[in-house]
Each structure stands twice: as C-alpha cells, then as structure tokens.
Write a protein that binds this ligand. Sequence first.
Ligand SMILES: *Cc1c(COP(=O)(O)O)cnc(C)c1O
Length: 380
Amino acid sequence: MTKPNFAQLKLFITGPTYIRQDVKEAALLPEFGHRDAENELRFGPIRENLRKLSGCGDMYEPVLFLGSGSSAMEASIRSLVADDETLLNVSVGAFGDHYYNIAVANGKNAENLKFEYGQPIDLEKLEERLDSLRPAVVSFTHNETSTGVMNDMKAVCALIRKYDALPMVDGVSIFGGTDLDLVNSGAAIYVTATQKSLALPAGFGIGFVSKEAEEKAERVTNKGHATDITRQLVPARKNQTLTTPNCTLANQMYVQLDRIVNEEGVQNRFDRHLQMRGMVEKWVDGLDGFEMFAPEGYRSPTVSTVVCPEGVTQAQLKLGIKEAMRAHGYLMDPGYGKLNAALEQSGCRQIIRIGHMGDIQPEMLEEYLAVLEGELKKLV
Ligand SMILES: *Cc1c(COP(=O)(O)O)cnc(C)c1O
C-alpha cells in the first residue's frame, strides 16, 4: 500500500472541526451489530447525553439521521410541511438559503424572506410577512455560519407562534457551543449535526423532535423513507437507527458526549465558547483597519467574522493568507466564497471567518490569532 501523504492541519474553519486525539482513538473501539444488545451501550448514553447538552428534558425526542445536518433539515421539511401548506423560510445568509433550497427541491410551496448578509432577522419585517402570508410552518437558521450572526431563537420562535405557525430551527453550527434551553425555546424541531460544535466527524444529522412535531408528522403524507420522522421515531425510542449507522462514529460520539457532559461539563463548554468570541473581539480591537462584521448582541459564540481593511482582495486571502497559514499547520477560512465574491464585485471590503467551535481551546485560538495577525500585517 502507498502511504498517504495527508497534511496534519489544525482546522480553524467552520466545519468540519478539529478533533481531539482521544476522540480519534475512540474510532478503534469494537465494531458492533446495530440490532444487538451492544448497540444500546452506545446509543443509550448518546441519546441521554444529547438530552442533557440540549436541555430538551423529555419534551423532545433525539433522532439520529444517517447523513449530515442537511439530512435532518430535509426530514423536517418532508415530515412537517404538508403538500398543500406554505412554508416561510427566513434567511440571513447562505445557510438560510440552503434550508429554502431543500424545501423547493422537495416540491414544497415555499417563500424565502431574506435579510441582508451580516444582519439578524428583523422581527418587525418578519411579523409583517407572517401577518400577510399566514404560513403553516416557518424555518430559520439559529446560527448563520456564512456571516457569524446568531439569531435570537426564542424571540423568533415566539413571534412565529403568535401567528400559529410551527417553528423549525437549523442549529447545525451552534449545537454543543451554546445553551439552547430547548425546553423553553419554542422550537417544534431543532436540527443539527456532528461535525461542527460537537467536534466529531460528520455522519449523523440530529433532530430534536417535539411531541407537537411528532403529531404533525403523523398527519403529513408523502414523507419519503429516511426523511419520515414518524418512521424514524420508532427505532429512535429503542435507541436504534432506522438503517445501519456508522458504527465508528457511534463509538466516537459515545466517548465525546460522555466527555462533554461528565468531564468538561456543559456550562464550562458554553462559557469557553463565549470566552473565545471575546478573545476574537479583543484581537480585532487591537488590529488597525479590521472590524467585527456581525453586530454586537448577535455575534456567534462559535464563528466570528472579521471585515478586512480596504484594498484587501479575495485572491490575497484565498491564495496568499490561506496558503501561508497552511504552511504554519493551519487550515484557515478566507471567508464565505460567494459572499466575498459579491462584496468584491461591488467594491466592498472582504470578510474572513474564524471558526472557534467544538474542542478548540482558548490557548489554541490565542496561538492561531498571533500567527494569523503576522500574516495579515504583511497585507496592509
Ligand atoms: C454546515 C451547515 C449546514 C449543512 O450541514 P451539513 O452537515 O453539511 O449537511 C446547514 N446549516 C448550517 C447553519 C451549517 O453551518
């Protein structure tokens, strides 16, 4: 066999994220049969710890969808939006548009209410549209990964409920990095994935399904197979998956969630994310010509976006800085490609992203920012 020539890079992108050595080593735990008693030893604790990390109590049922975050998003669309209903999707960036595109691809009647990149959902404008459209279901992004904006989930869900619609929330890039307090969130379903703030390889979409969503799904037809939440809930309640799971990932997820809940502690984990957001803010404060992109009060605890000085080009970031950082052993994020292309086209300043989610530690971020600063200073 030829030995692969893969670089060992520390990932400071927004997903997949850096994986700890002990979580990598958990991949070596024994394979198992997913209908055997050994399955329960993994997925029993996994689902219990997902409850603790989300704060969902027993008001929601955690369901593991094979695939990724998008698989859980698609299941929410297929199972909770009936063919004769209207879905209003609210987008503050590329991932908001992604939810809308999934709805359209599944033939749903959907409208996309878009807000400017870098801004959170404007509740007044949302209310106007809710009032005129009267949608049955409303989907939105909790944490917009392309812009570093975190929406006020509880406020948005409350407004959606005021108009008797069902709120569906995409929390892919924030679950595990902030206190969701899901029980009090107002979300009918909350969907996420393993490879972002949970710091695991990709492979499961995760859905927290409320009783209300479960009842709605029972009335919806044409839900597909893997996207049918009604069907998924049956094995989920037995701590099983509908079809064969990635057993390697299950072993890793068992170890990682146990470590998060019983070793690091969920509150410590959430605090660490806030601390890292604060570190980036302070770093940007000290950098001439750079500023935070997302408005204060709506800055994500898992991904920060930084506006570069006038004159910095997309090519400089994508080729120059990114490659220089690779030589230092890092995978750097030169910004969301489509957003930066559009910004450059209209003569606006470029935006870089710093993923500080999952198991990135403050010491690692400090080192990263110091190296990045050295490279960025060569530009200006
Ligand atoms: C990454 C991401 C997705 C897509 O998730 P996959 O796991 O790649 O399918 C969707 N929404 C948000 C907010 C994301 O950050």
